[in-house]
Design a binder for this molecule. Structure first.
Ligand SMILES: O=c1ccn([C@@H]2O[C@H](COP(=O)(O)O)[C@@H](O)[C@H]2O)c(=O)[nH]1
Length: 301
């Protein structure tokens, strides 16, 4: 799976993923007008997502759909979540579900079936939520990861395991030094390399990727050196303050090895003065092009 994502990144010359963290409050007035319940909100979000996808699908390789923004609209929100995955996929984009799932092995198996594999009902199988990649929390250890590895291989999918997250307080635990001087995030990085050992593709990267925030460049630089076979999903660009220069360290000498997420920076671009007068979907396209150029200049320049 990672090879196919890498090929799409090469084909679009764009190492970015648009985050569909579609909060109803981000929608323009015309989509919000008259809506007063979860169902209406979920339907408006679905329309917004379709229009954004239509406007970026030829230039952006992937979308990352953050499940929290759909869960909060209940069952109707989850229908929009599923519809959005399917729509982006139909338009040729790779689809990442950002749900940061895990649990004890038996429960992790259910999550793996739900987002990467198949659910069996009396011997018949069906896909519940069809995504190409899922974000996973590795901090429960190997028995929680094994089911994801199994289903990933079975269905040619991938995962991104949290290693060094972009939030300001991620260091409270992740940067702690253990008795040998190594940090917790470095240990997690080692585990991720090991989990991906048997699923490396032709570009040398494995289907087990890592989430590494753009907002912590010093730690990202260490991780890139220690994790030569691990592809990074890099959140924190734009709205959280991470810059293209900061995240350059996440990429290898060939300018490969990562994909950078922006959610609010794209979805809410139409509210920026720079894109004044543009519709939300036109602004999303222009902001995606600006992001691509900004990243390529920093990574390859
Ligand atoms: O360490 C992490 C892991 C995940 N995220 C997610 O990425 C996006 C970021 O959104 P922006 O609006 O571009 O800031 C969001 O879905 C987070 O849940 C992260 O930010 N950091």
């Amino acid at each position: 799976m990672i090879d196919r994502l890498i090929e799409k990144i090469k084909q679009t010359d764009n190492p970015s993923v648009v985050g569909l963290d579609t909060n109803f409050d981000y929608l323009p007035d015309e989509l919000r007008a008259g809506v007063a319940d979860l169902r209406g909100a979920a339907q408006a979000i679905a329309e917004f997502n379709r229009n954004v996808i239509d406007n970026i699908c030829d230039i952006v390789p992937a979308v990352k759909v953050q499940i929290a923004y759909y869960e909060m609209y209940g069952v109707e929100g989850m229908k929009t979540f599923a519809e959005t995955l399917a729509y982006a996929s139909k338009k040729g984009m790779y689809v990442m579900t950002d749900a940061k799932r895990n649990d004890i092995g038996a429960t992790a198996e259910c999550y793996a079936k739900a987002y990467l594999g198949k659910t069996f009902v009396n011997g018949a199988s069906e896909t519940a939520f069809d995504s190409d990649f899922l974000t996973v929390n590795g901090y429960l250890g190997s028995d929680g990861i094994v089911p994801f590895l199994k289903w990933m291989k079975e269905c040619d999918k991938g995962i991104f395991v949290l290693v060094k997250t972009s939030n300001p307080s991620s260091g409270e635990l992740q940067d702690m030094r253990l008795s040998d001087g190594k940090t917790v995030y470095e240990y997690m990085g080692q585990w991720v390399e090991a989990w991906g050992k048997n699923c490396r593709g032709k570009y040398g990267y494995s289907d087990v990727g890592a989430v590494v925030g753009a907002t912590h460049p010093a730690q990202a630089e260490i991780l890139r050196k220690q994790m030569p076979h691990t592809f990074f999903l890099i959140p924190g660009y734009g709205a959280q303050g991470g810059t293209a220069r900061d995240l350059k360290v996440c990429f290898d000498a060939d300018g490969m090895g990562g994909i950078v997420n922006s959610s609010r920076g794209i979805l809410c671009a139409y509210r920026q003065e720079k894109y004044n007068g543009k519709s939300y979907s036109e602004a999303a396209r222009l902001a995606s092009i600006d992001m691509k150029n900004d990243l390529n200049q920093a990574i390859k320049g």
